[in-house]
Design a protein around this ligand. Structure first.
Ligand SMILES: NC(=O)CC(=O)C(=O)O
Length: 265
């Protein structure tokens, strides 16, 4: 997506894309980070933050999950958390119920050589404290967001919690995306032997910020199954549990780790 400031407009785009998904209804649909509002400014996002479990964006996502009979993960939306908001990723089941909420743990407090220069996400966003998985029936799905991809220990924790797929709604900057995006997403898939489903924000937004795009689905062998190289739109790929199991059996890295080994000089 190339989300605008208006949640109404962005939700209309989500519905258009759900309608446009070709043959073979997917079981899981994941929207990018900040899908409902991008570029409005942090103060405006705080003002539009919804209480968890209530509010127009969550209500619409619930309706869409039911209407299209999918597990639907709303990448992130601002959820009321006092003086700051939580960048929450929320999973709805096909019956429209809210199944899980993950609040972005690692916040993007970074200097980047672009026209924004300083990103200080923690000024307005309250970080999450818990890793979250959700059982979607056909797979256990681990939830992560954007900058989390740079913290491999979190992905290990998700795998240990049973994840077969890890979703990564994203709004990578153009500059950091060009340099690191594909490598990071593939690395997390290979290390944890999981599918990575990483929908991204794309293009120039109303505040002048540029995001990298390149939504990706990567299999547990690190092969790209689908990529949106440019523009808006949906990509999809099949989830093959047998492939996950085969790779984990043939290369059982999770059992072979010697990380606890003590080093002597
Ligand atoms: N925008 C982010 O949260 C992360 C990002 O752009 C990066 O890690 O690079």
């Amino acid at each position: 997506m190339s989300s605008r400031q208006s949640p109404k407009q962005n939700l209309q785009r989500v519905e258009q894309q759900l309608k446009a998904i070709p043959e073979g209804r997917p079981q899981l649909v994941v929207l990018p980070e900040a899908f409902s509002c991008f570029g409005a400014g942090d103060r405006a996002q705080l003002a539009m933050a919804e209480p968890y479990g209530d509010g127009p964006v969550q209500q619409r996502l619930s309706e869409l999950a039911r209407q299209y009979n999918v597990y639907l993960i709303g990448g992130t939306l601002p959820i009321y958390a006092g003086e700051r908001f939580a960048a929450a990723s929320i999973c709805f089941g096909p019956d429209g119920t809210q199944l899980a909420r993950y609040d972005k743990i690692h916040l993007f407090d970074v200097d980047v050589a672009d026209n924004t220069k300083e990103y200080r996400e923690s000024k307005w966003t309250r970080p999450g404290e818990q890793v979250v998985t959700v059982d979607c029936g056909f797979a256990v799905v681990g939830m992560a967001v954007c900058y989390d991809v740079r913290f491999p220990e979190m992905f290990k924790a998700l795998r240990q919690a049973g994840a077969d797929i890890i979703v990564l709604p994203t709004a990578f900057t153009q500059v950091t995306g060009e340099a690191h995006w594909h490598t990071l997403v593939k690395a997390r898939a290979i290390e944890q032997q999981v599918y990575m489903v990483a929908p991204a924000q794309f293009g120039e937004h109303e505040n002048g910020r540029k995001t990298y795009g390149h939504s990706l689905i990567v299999d547990p062998w690190g092969q790209i199954q689908a990529e949106k190289a440019t523009g808006e739109g949906a990509i999809s790929a099949e989830f093959d549990l047998a492939k996950v199991q085969q790779i984990r059996q043939q290369m059982p890295v999770a059992k072979q780790t010697r990380f606890k080994v003590s080093l002597t000089q």
